[in-house]
Design a protein around this ligand. Structure first.
Ligand SMILES: Cc1cc2nc3c(=O)[nH]c(=O)nc-3n(C[C@H](O)[C@H](O)[C@H](O)COP(=O)(O)O)c2cc1C
Length: 192
């Protein structure tokens, strides 16, 4: 019986949260467009567990367009302080409105207004335009709660493969790979 990769993830993540100087929840998200052309960018892990790994973004962004065209994604954590890497491959689906609403409500007000103000991934003529849009949103929602923009929400990556890489002496690094099966996970090693 393989170990549970989610428990191992929790252990490594908890250690990274203590030892990384900032953004221990930052992960590279790799997507590919309908033609298979890849792109990657960092996003923040905002929820995780046996049902997957959740991040939030603008649903009109470049990444969101690629996710609509091709649900296959890869996530990558690199915790330098731990000399560890975790690679996750799987498929993505939108988080529920209720989940996105709950997370959006937990954000700071300026972050909420920033989500409304940003036309993410679109050309911006001048930074002043963005600041003016932010000021417009401040005025628009003055004195009231900021609702979640309809174009903003979560995505959940359901992993099919999770690989844990640990630095070892003499470059004899350790790679443990967990592959999802019909009723659980199989575990194996890879040469480094
Ligand atoms: C450490 C770090 C964390 C980030 N977290 C997020 C995030 O959680 N959501 C997001 O939309 N963009 C995040 N960004 C910005 C993205 O990397 C990216 O610039 C933006 O989402 C636009 O990507 P796209 O044009 O490929 O859609 C983060 C950037 C960095 C450096």
């Amino acid at each position: 019986m393989a170990d549970d990769p989610f428990q191992l993830f929790d252990t490594w993540y908890a250690e990274a949260r203590v030892s990384e100087i900032n953004d221990s929840n930052a992960m590279a998200l790799a997507t590919a467009d309908a033609d298979g052309r890849p792109s990657s960018r960092m996003v923040l892990l905002k929820g995780h567990g046996p049902d997957g790994f959740v991040f939030y973004t603008n649903r009109g962004s470049r990444k969101a367009g690629e996710l609509d065209a091709n649900a296959h994604v890869a996530l990558l954590f690199h915790w330098k302080s731990q000399r560890r890497q975790i690679r996750i491959e799987g498929s993505v689906a939108r988080a529920t409105d209720a989940e996105s609403d709950a997370y959006f409500a937990s954000r700071g007000r300026d972050s909420q207004l920033g989500a409304w103000a940003s036309d993410q991934s679109r050309p911006l003529d001048d930074r002043a335009t963005f600041e003016a849009r932010f000021a417009e949103m401040q005025a628009k929602f003055d004195g009231q709660d900021v609702p979640r923009p309809p174009f903003w929400g979560g995505y959940r990556v359901t992993p099919a493969v999770i690989e844990f890489w640990q630095d070892r002496a003499h470059r004899l690094h350790e790679r443990r790979v967990f592959t999802r099966t019909a009723d659980g996970w199989t575990e194996g090693l890879l040469y480094p």
